[in-house]
Design a protein. Structure first.
Length: 222
């Protein structure tokens, strides 16, 4: 697109290129990452609410007050609040714990099949982080209080809520998150598809006018 602008609108110079590039970066920053993240959360949550509302309640992201932490689709939610409502997605920290635990169980099962000793060490990254904090505290090193509080709270949740419902939740979390990613990718594909159509129209336009021609500027006003 910058190439087309520089060739077809040469008088715009660096300012035209800077503005068009800036608009593209703003779109990527406001709608790209946050927008795709919103879509993944939205479709994953919709699927999980349909299949297992209890699992959603256990893994939903919550704020410091314990309430579901909602987020918007940047700019779009303000314009279309009913069509694109705020959504409380899944807690990535909790998903990380169950993912680690699943991988640990797979290693244990593989070791059993191979007749090898059971893998030692923490079953999750969460347990490893807490073990590191305890080691640093024992050595008299400073520990970030908020980090310790968050990790301890997450561990309490895993012991009392996450792990006891592991078998039940695992059946619904993976399909829901995969559905969210696939559907978000499908919707996002509309953007490059639209660009492809636009450039195809440019090609057809140039072909209809005798082929692409550069615009030459001279001092005679021609």
């Amino acid at each position: 697109l910058l190439g087309v602008i520089s060739e077809r609108f040469p008088k715009g110079g660096a300012l035209a290129l800077g503005i068009s590039g800036g608009v593209g970066m703003m779109a990527a920053g406001l709608l790209g990452g946050p927008g795709i993240g919103y879509k993944q959360d939205y479709f994953a949550v919709q699927r999980l609410k349909e299949t297992s509302p209890d699992t959603y309640a256990r893994y939903v992201a919550r704020n410091e007050k314990g309430e579901p932490a909602t987020k918007d689709f940047p700019l779009v939610t303000e314009v279309l609040p009913n069509e694109v409502p705020p959504i409380a997605g899944l807690d990535n920290a909790k998903l990380k714990v169950i993912t680690d635990y699943t991988a640990h169980l797979a290693k244990v099962e593989q070791a059993r099949k191979d007749g090898k000793p059971t893998p030692e060490g923490p079953a999750t990254t969460l347990e490893a982080d807490l073990e590191t904090l305890r080691t640093e505290e024992a050595a008299g090193k400073p520990v970030e209080p908020k980090l310790k509080e968050n990790l301890t709270e997450l561990m309490n949740w895993w012991v009392t809520t996450g792990k006891p419902n592991y078998e039940e939740d695992k059946k619904y979390l993976d399909p829901a998150t995969l559905h969210g990613k696939k559907t978000a990718l499908l919707y996002t594909a509309a953007v490059p598809a639209t660009l492809a159509v636009g450039f195809l129209l440019l090609l057809l336009y140039f072909a209809a006018t005798g082929g692409y021609k550069q615009v030459h500027l001279d001092g005679s006003g021609g």
